[in-house]
Design a protein around this ligand. Sequence first.
Ligand SMILES: [Fe+2]
Ligand SMILES: [Fe+2]
Length: 340
Amino acid sequence: MSNLATKKLSGLLLKQLGPHHLSSTSAFHTSISNATAENSKPMITGLFRTFILELRNHSTLSSDELMKPVQTSSHSAQGKSEDQKDQKAISSYWGIAPKKLTKEDGSAWRWNCFMPWDCYKADISIDVKKHHKPSNFMDKFAYWTVQTLKYPTYLFFQRRHVSHVLLLETVAAVPGMVGGMLLHCKSLRRFEHSGGWIKALLEEAENERMHLLTFIEVARPKLYERALIFAVQGMFFNAYFLTYIASPKLAHRIVGYLEEEAVNGYTEFLKDLENGTIENIPAPAIAIDYWCLSPDSTLRDVVTVVRADEAHHRDLNHYASDIQCQGLELKEAPAPLGYH
Ligand SMILES: [Fe+2]
Ligand SMILES: [Fe+2]
């Protein structure tokens, strides 16, 4: 391979890993495991808390702004109004004008990745201990596949819960999109309805991505963790795609068990928050808006609602598998749309 080709390839790889994660000096690279160790360092804890509050108040969708929290916070009111003018100055002859949305309290809606009508209050009364007992060969295969995949990640991350959930969420957001895409293509090929399952699976994928966008406001993965995520996504996407084509009921059963493990993982996370091993920092602004949380919510509240979401995904996927195990197609049973 020529030098030029090697350079291009390495450039592409670094681009995929994300430019804003390559600097080790950014405070945003502080992981939650560091936060844990800071219990004994009040001064650093104070700085960390200040930083988190800044992050909470100024977290946006812009990775460039995320890299410059201090500069963002020191903008004068005049600077902000100039920024707004710049945004308003964007014009196009396509006739598309962004809607001006406000929150219930009248303040401007600051997110583009989700809208006020996408927000909801999580049903945290859901049973987080429910388990589908493997009853046939397929169930056992799905269960042991997940158990086998689980242990290396537990060994690797141990009690570094935020790093662990960042990997988990990048994986968990894949099945809904793959399943939704394949059902979409099937619906087109066969000229038939999907029973709402395309939308339900895409909703799940989007919900998982919101989990990721939330935890990325709490801690940034280190470069080697991003490399791991990159590799895992490449393998998992293709493996799940092929599994779904071969046997959708097996694919949904595997996801059902993955979600059970996600619930268990968040339960451990909650335990460490409750016993003080992990600092219960204020909830990120994006989480407060997405789950309609109160403004003084904390990381514990966020983990509680995310765990409830995972329990809903668990039920949805086991249900999808059950439908097909009974010899029916998904389209024959209405999908639980908006099931959070
Ligand atoms: Fe999730
Ligand atoms: Fe999930």
